[in-house]
Design a protein around this ligand. Structure first.
Ligand code: SAM
Length: 352
C-alpha cells in the first residue's frame, strides 16, 4: 500500500466517524426518546433500552459502523497495523539505542498479565504491546479517538493537567498507564520542576514515550515498563498519582489493586486524580456506552461503570473523594452532549 492510499483511507474513516457521531447518534437518541414516550413504563434498565431500539435498522447501522470503522482503522489493506508493520524498519530506526537511555526502563522478560494478553484491545491486532511498532500504531490511532476534536488530541490531556494544577503544583508524580506518553507530556511540560515517572505494561509504548520526551528535551521524566497494580516504588514516594483512560481497561480486582497501590505510594496529603469514563446521565447513555465497550473490545468498561467507586475509595481509607463529569473540550456539555462523546469523569481522592 502506498502512503497516499493509507492517508486517504484513514481520512475517510475519520470523516465517517464524524458522521456517525454528529448525525447517526442524535437520530438514534431522538428515535429512542420517541419510542420511550410511547411505552407504558419509562425504560429503567439497559435491557429496557435494548428492547426499544436494539432491533431497529438505525441502531444496527449505528452499531455496525462503530464496530467496523474501528476494525478498518486498524486492520485490512489500509489499516494502521499493516501500514506500520510493512514500514517497521523506518519507524523503528529513530529508536535505535533507546534502551541504553536513562529515561527508559524496559524488561525483555516482562510477564504480561493474562487479562492484558487475552483481548486485542480497541481491536488493535496484538493489542498495544505485542508488535514492536505498536506504540506508533497506537499514537496514529489516538489522533481520531475523539473524532470531534479535529486532531487536537492533546487538548483534553492539557485541560486535565490544568485541572490537576488547580489543586497545587506537585513535586513527585506517577502517571499510571501512560501509553506512548500523551497523558504524561502535559505533566512534564506544566510541572518542569517535578520529577515524573510514567509507567505502562507496553514496552513499545513506553519506548516511544521516552523518545518523544527526549526529543522535547524533557529531563525530568522517566518511562518504565511496569504494572500500575504492583510497582517497585517506596511507600509514600509520590505527592500525585494520576492516570488517563487506564481504569476502564482493568478487571475489577485489578482496579482495586491499583487503588491500594496508589494509597501505598502517596504521602499523607498526597492526591490521586484519574480521568476515565464513568458517570452516565441516564439509561440510554449507559446502553450506548456498554455497547461501545463490547464493539471496541473493552470487556471491563461495563463492570467499571457499575462500580460504586466513591464507596470503594472511602472504604479503602481515602478522604475528600469526588467523582465528577469532565467536559471533553471548552464549551462542551459534559453531561448531555447532543452528539456522541465519551462520559469523561474525574475521580479524585486524598490520602489522609
Ligand atoms: C487507553 S490507554 C491510555 C494511555 C494514556 N494514558 C493516554 O491517555 O493516552 C491505556 C493504557 O493502559 C495500559 N495498561 C493497561 N493495564 C495496565 C496496567 N495494569 N498497568 C499499567 N498500564 C496498563 C495500556 O497498555 C495502555 O497503554
Amino acid at each position: 500500500m502506498d502512503d497516499r492510499s493509507f492517508a486517504v483511507a484513514q481520512a475517510m474513516i475519520l470523516e465517517t466517524k464524524k458522521y456517525w457521531t454528529t448525525k447517526l447518534y442524535p437520530a438514534l437518541k431522538e428515535d429512542y426518546q420517541h419510542r420511550a414516550s410511547l411505552s407504558d413504563a419509562p425504560p429503567q434498565t439497559v435491557n429496557d433500552v435494548r428492547g426499544l431500539i436494539g432491533g431497529t435498522t438505525d441502531y444496527q447501522v449505528y452499531a455496525w459502523l462503530e464496530r467496523h470503522l474501528q476494525r478498518f482503522k486498524y486492520s485490512g489493506r489500509y489499516g494502521l497495523a499493516p501500514y506500520h508493520r510493512e514500514r517497521r524498519d523506518n519507524f523503528l530506526a529513530p529508536l535505535t539505542g533507546m534502551t541504553d537511555n536513562e529515561n527508559l526502563d524496559v524488561d525483555p522478560d516482562f510477564d504480561q498479565p493474562k487479562y492484558y494478553r487475552a483481548v486485542d484491545i480497541h481491536q488493535h491486532p496484538g493489542g498495544v504491546w505485542s508488535a514492536d511498532t505498536a506504540g506508533f500504531e497506537y499514537e496514529r490511532g489516538a489522533r481520531s479517538t475523539t473524532p470531534m476534536m479535529g486532531g487536537k488530541h492533546r487538548d483534553l490531556h492539557q485541560r486535565f493537567t490544568d485541572l490537576v494544577a488547580e489543586g497545587g503544583t506537585p513535586s513527585r508524580v506517577l502517571d499510571m498507564g501512560c501509553g506512548f506518553g500523551k497523558s504524561t507530556q502535559p505533566f512534564y511540560e506544566s510541572f518542569a520542576d517535578a520529577r515524573i515517572d510514567a509507567i505502562d505494561l507496553s514496552a513499545p509504548c513506553v519506548t516511544l514515550g521516552a523518545y518523544t520526551a527526549r526529543q522535547g528535551q524533557a529531563k525530568n521524566t522517566r518511562f518504565r515498563q511496569m504494572s500500575a497494580c504492583e510497582t517497585d516504588y517506596d511507600d509514600s514516594e509520590f505527592d500525585l498519582v494520576t492516570s488517563t483512560m487506564l481504569i476502564h481497561e482493568l478487571p475489577p480486582p485489578q482496579i482495586e489493586q491499583m487503588f491500594d497501590e496508589s494509597l501505598r505510594l502517596l504521602q499523607s496529603g498526597g492526591r490521586m486524580v484519574h480521568l476515565d469514563f464513568h458517570e452516565l446521565p441516564d439509561v440510554f447513555a449507559r446502553f450506548i456506552h456498554y455497547g461501545h465497550g463490547r464493539r471496541n473490545n473493552e470487556p471491563f468498561m461495563e463492570p467499571w461503570a457499575e462500580m460504586d467507586v466513591a464507596s470503594v475509595l472511602k472504604e479503602k481509607g481515602f478522604k475528600d473523594v469526588t467523582v465528577k463529569s469532565f467536559a471533553e473540550a471548552e464549551g462542551v456539555d459534559a453531561v448531555n452532549s447532543p452528539v456522541w462523546r465519551f462520559p469523561w469523569t474525574v475521580i479524585s481522592a486524598v490520602k489522609p
